[in-house]
Design a protein. Structure first.
Length: 107
C-alpha cells in the first residue's frame, strides 16, 4: 500500500477548548510513508497541513462521546499544535496508518 485517504472531521488549534472544528466531510487525511497531509475544504475556504514523518512526535487514539479519532502530536512550525482528526472508519484508518509504519497508541 502506497497511501491511504480518509474523509472526516477535524479540530485544530491550541487544545480542545481553544480550537476550530469542522465536522465530516470537511476534512481529508492522506497518509503515505513519508508524511500525513490534512486538508480542510469548506466552500471557498481551504487549508492544508503537511506533517512530515520526522516531525510527528506521536499519534494517539481519541475517543469522543459519539466518535473516535486520532490526535497527531507534531513539531511543525506554522501548524497549530492541536490536530485531531475524526473518522467514521476509525479502525480502518488506524490499520492503514500502522501498515504505513506509523505507531498509533491507544486512547
Amino acid at each position: 500500500m502506497d497511501s491511504h485517504t480518509e474523509k472526516g472531521g477535524i479540530s485544530y488549534g491550541y487544545g480542545l477548548l481553544r480550537s476550530i472544528n469542522f465536522s465530516w466531510p470537511f476534512a481529508t487525511l492522506t497518509a503515505d510513508a513519508e508524511k500525513l497531509v490534512v486538508r480542510i475544504s469548506v466552500g471557498i475556504w481551504r487549508r492544508t497541513f503537511v506533517l512530515e514523518r520526522a516531525s510527528i512526535l506521536a499519534i494517539r487514539e481519541k475517543r469522543g462521546f459519539l466518535s473516535k479519532g486520532i490526535i497527531i502530536e507534531h513539531e511543525v512550525e506554522g501548524v497549530l499544535p492541536h490536530v485531531l482528526f475524526w473518522s467514521l472508519r476509525h479502525q480502518v484508518l488506524r490499520e492503514r496508518l500502522e501498515e504505513l509504519g506509523y505507531r498509533v497508541s491507544g486512547g
